[in-house]
Design a protein around this ligand. Sequence first.
Ligand SMILES: [Zn+2]
Length: 423
Amino acid sequence: MLESLLSRIESKREELISFTQELVRIPTINPPGEDYLECAELLGNQLKKRGFSLLYERAHDVPGDSDRFSRHNVIARLEGKHSGPCVHFNGHLDVVVTGSGWTVDPFEGDVRDGKIYGRGTCDMKGGIAAAVIAIEAILEENIEFPGAIEISGTVDEETGGYGGVAFLAEKGFFSKPRVDHVIIPEPLNVDRVCLGHRGAWWAEVETLGRIAHGSMPFLGDSAIRHMSAFLELLEKRLFPKLDKKQTRMPVVPEGARKSTLNLQAIHGGEEETFDGFPSPCVADSCRLTLDRRFLIEEDIAEVKAEVIGLLDELAESRPNFKYNIKDIMEFLPTMTDADTPVVKSVSSAIQNILGKKAEHVISPGTYDQKHIARIGHLHDCIAYGPGILDLAHQPDEYIVIDDMVAAAKVMAMSTLDLLGVNS
Ligand SMILES: [Zn+2]
């Protein structure tokens, strides 16, 4: 049975390419969240032809939702012959902006040298297409299975997933008894099982000053100079401390196997968008956006206290130092145990198909697994999909077709295994 299933997948290579192209040709750029409904319907209609029942769920009350940019998710479900577990594949439909530096049309899906090019090929429409082809092959082989298979296409992963997986998880779509095992085909490389991700805390720090004429700065109080005092403390005290925080999480690339902080944006004084000449003023406000990534060994309260502690220290020691800090968003780290069924099943399928031991990794950035773990309380969840992680969000993003075919085989084998079908 297995051999026939695998050659069936091999024979569906052209369909896999063309379905990936169809998905890529809908430019679901987020923000703002373009063409979600059209893309959800493309996925839904493909599965409806195979007997899946469909649910479209729009997230109305989330940031970004409007009639022009509506947040539509699709959940497709196919029941098996009798009761049993449910295996769910979840992919995000949104892609990030194209940016500059492309040498191909980002929304054409050109095929060249065994690769499909375009925004979202790697992250993660190629992975969604591989999951669809894997399940279609099982159905075409008339393999009977218990339980259910679900495939969902969700929105807004790139902006936190509030209108997508978080919204659906609140409604019970990612909890038992509805779902037992979840595979998210994010691009972590075809021979890797991704157990989870680091945590993230985004915050904005503002230092305050007093405006005055730029020729007499001593009459004012520069918010930019206050910010520079804070930056100096970060350099001297926080960055060296973070460098020393190593984790047992197997994060890739290895440089991310510790705590990190990115100073994402800084702005002080006059707006950058003014026309003509700048006017001479002392800056009364300076704002800094922090992107702190943290480890399973760290507590979020302690992560915040490290930054606030330095600010309070300045408030005591530096004359007129005043600040505000506000949270932008926060996500806790998550890591599935290596001995859960989905990890074991996908790892053994990788060994079978690729002839090598699956590498267990942790993603440096977050993805929708956090909502499934925290809101859905479902921990049998991983990311597994084709595509090279480093290519995500880059110009000339592509996916290797052979990797998609191999990943589809791994997905088909694991699905049967998790449903308890002997292949
Ligand atoms: Zn992604």
